[in-house]
Design a binder for this molecule. Structure first.
Ligand SMILES: Nc1ncnc2c1ncn2[C@@H]1O[C@H](COP(=O)(O)OP(=O)(O)OP(=O)(O)O)[C@@H](O)[C@H]1O
Length: 652
């Protein structure tokens, strides 16, 4: 059957052009709505397969208001927008559209976007269904096991974590006339490590007496329906004293999800989730909860008949309950070589453990030096493809004229210089994964070919007569803002949506400074081993300067700094760290400082000086590479190695 589309657009001519375009391509247009009420009426008459949605419409309501309803009804939608302000775009993005079309649009873009939206929607429905059944199996097994109920709740929480992320979970009976606070809480303190926060622990942590906690409990509204609060709404909730406010203030929680269960005894048992992220919860969590309700209801009914036993205050992992599919390696409780425990990194670990065992394409986003390559390697290692190759391609350093043959290969004689047949990187990665680093640098002409590989899972060698089927998982990474690249015409929208099926955003180091001490220890250990030194740590003064620095080069910059410091340190403690003085006037160096400069530091300073002279330009005539007499690609890698970023070169 033809796909049906509802057009929500108040400009008559544009709406009509769209209708003709869609009908010509074989779509069925269920109607044209000019306002939100008009659209809701048409949806009431016939639910369309997809909605094309303008942001500004007739009347006070906007497309963004309608989007919330469409999300609840699980109808995919694509925004049609003229150039909007950043605020509007941010609000639109928060509704998680299935596509974006920027006016004026070409017919081809409209059709491809519709096709991509359908694909994404089907995959996300399928994915959420898979998530539900997988979790259901785990919960059924673990809730039936003969362990005490605090452990059961803990294991249930651990199994739920990848699907419903939380930094604090509490669970317990809720009664309007409760005379005490009795919930069991679990504070996440590591990837697979939780601290039990029952009423007694909460009293100690908050300095409240039992009766004060009970008084707060009495003031806490009891939710009888599942509900989620993003940061702004949660702040409203926290205006009044309540247990939620106490937990939010004590553990710095910013969003909240409440999932109540009516248990067979006639009582209500509530699971409460809290996150330090402002936007951790959405409607899909409530949908997932709907799938889990029957098993949870029975299990909680049984739990309530079991007498509670004392639980240890720190409960660490036994990951036996978190079983994966038989082919994929079990998800570890720590991720080798990835150091850190901040809640932002724990979220990354959750995403990793969720996506690694599948074949889904992953897009890793993050500033330079945040660990994108390391995460890509981990995804491959944790996938059933781990015995096959992981092939890395850096799209920024391959010369534009070679990149196609590098990726797809060529036949002998297919172009001047093609003296032999060449197997491309995609073919080399067959059965394994390909890591397309710096995908934002891929030339636009090649992007369409990559899209074809993603869609049709086949490649064509240059000069080849036929297509070759390949089975490769794509992991891409970029430090660019791909949406901006799309808006400026440098990155194809259709490819962006295909790659962006499962984005993993790596936080910059300045947002997770609590990880710095562990990273420092890790790098000291690493460089002690390389140099045979026995450095034990940093002075308090050095650590405090690391904590107040803003880390433009992220973990790579920290790693290089520790490497240099280990080399320069004579004793067992690093007393001083030589941090660049960003944005401050350069003071003349003392003779002591110049004496201490390493070769790397000298090289770094020299490159920075040349880059400044060339106004940050690397390539072409008069560019830094020409002045330094090295190929631009070599300069790029040197800059990366030395932690030099063009954006931070104060070029004024
Ligand atoms: N969490 C971590 N723990 C320990 N080392 C890390 C971590 N993340 C990154 N590193 C190290 O930091 C360095 C930079 O990481 P990586 O090359 O993966 O960054 P990247 O984001 O891919 O950088 P670019 O965008 O410049 O290619 C590497 O030496 C890597 O091993």
């Amino acid at each position: 059957m033809n796909q049906s589309v509802l057009i929500v657009e108040d400009q008559f001519i544009e709406a009509n052009d769209l209708r003709l375009m869609l009908q010509k391509a074989g779509y069925r247009v269920t109607g044209i709505a000019r306002s939100v009420p008009n659209a809701l009426e048409l949806i009431g008459q016939e639910k369309p397969d997809v909605v094309l949605l303008d942001i500004f419409l007739k009347g006070p309501l906007t497309g963004i208001d309608l989007a919330k309803q469409l999300k609840e009804d699980s109808i995919p939608f694509i925004y049609l927008s003229a150039n909007s302000t950043q605020d509007v775009l941010t609000a639109a993005k928060a509704t998680q559209p299935d596509g974006f079309l920027v006016k004026p649009f070409r017919e081809k873009d409209v059709l491809v976007t519709l096709e991509v939206a359908r694909y994404r929607h089907e995959h996300s429905l399928e994915a959420s269904f898979r998530r539900g059944t997988q979790l259901l199996k785990q919960l059924t097994k673990l809730l039936a096991d003969p362990i005490d109920w605090e452990q059961k709740l803990l294991h249930a929480g651990k199994a739920i974590q990848p699907f419903i992320p939380f930094d604090f979970m509490s669970a317990g009976l809720s009664a309007a006339d409760a005379t005490a606070y009795t919930d069991q809480g679990y504070l996440r303190i590591g990837f697979d490590e939780y601290q039990l926060v029952g009423p007694t622990e909460l009293m100690v942590m908050t300095n409240l007496k039992r009766h004060e906690l009970a008084a707060l409990q009495a003031k806490t509204a009891i939710e009888t329906e599942a509900i989620w609060y993003s940061e702004i709404e949660f702040k409203q909730v926290c205006r009044q004293p309540s247990i939620q406010k106490l937990i939010a203030d004590t553990f710095l929680m910013r969003s909240h999800l409440v999932l109540p269960l009516a248990v067979p005894t006639g009582e209500q048992f509530t699971f409460s989730f809290y996150s330090r992220r402002p936007d951790a919860y959405q409607e899909e969590h409530i949908t997932l909860f709907g799938q889990l309700k029957p098993v949870l209801t029975t299990a909680v009914g049984n739990l309530l008949n079991t007498s509670p036993k004392a639980a240890p205050s720190i409960l660490t992992s036994t990951s036996e309950y978190v079983s994966q599919s038989s082919d994929s390696p079990p998800i570890p409780t720590t991720f080798e070589g990835i150091v850190g425990n901040s809640h932002l990194l724990l979220t990354v670990f959750d995403h990793l453990s969720l996506v690694a065992p599948s074949d889904t394409s992953v897009l890793i986003l993050g500033e330079s030096g945040t660990g994108k390559e390391r995460i890509a390697a981990t995804i491959h290692q944790l996938s059933p493809r781990k015995r096959k190759p992981l092939i890395r391609v850096n799209c920024a350093t391959l010369p534009a004229n070679l990149i196609e043959s590098e990726l797809f290969g060529h036949e002998k004689g297919s172009f001047t210089g093609a003296t032999d047949k060449r197997i491309g990187r995609f073919e080399q990665a067959d059965g394994g994964s390909i890591f397309l680093d710096e995908i934002g640098e891929m030339p636009v002409e090649l992007q369409v070919k990559l899209l074809r590989v993603l869609q049709e899972k086949e490649i064509e060698r240059i000069g080849g007569q036929s297509s070759i089927k390949i089975n490769v998982r794509i992991i891409a990474a970029t430090n660019r803002n791909l949406e901006k690249e799309v808006a400026e015409g440098r990155f194809r929208l259709d490819l962006y949506y295909r790659l962006n099926v499962f984005p993993i955003a790596l936080p910059p180091l300045r947002d997770r400074k609590e990880d710095i001490p562990a990273l420092v220890q890790h790098f000291i250990g690493q460089y002690n081993q390389k140099t045979g030194k026995k450095i034990t740590g940093l002075s308090a003064h050095a650590l405090s300067s690391l904590l107040s620095y803003h880390w433009p080069g992220n973990i790579r910059e920290l790693e290089h700094l520790i490497e240099r410091s280990v080399l320069l340190t004579k004793g067992t403690l690093i007393e001083e760290v030589g941090l660049p003085n960003m944005g401050q006037p350069m003071l003349p160096k003392t003779s002591e400082e110049s004496r201490l400069k390493t070769i790397d530091e000298n090289e770094r300073d020299h490159i920075i000086a040349v880059l400044k002279k060339c106004n940050g330009r690397i390539w072409g005539a008069g560019g830094a590479a020409e002045v330094l007499n090295v190929p631009p690609t070599t300069l790029n890698s040197k800059m990366k190695k030395l932690g030099i970023r063009k954006e931070y070169l104060d070029l004024r």
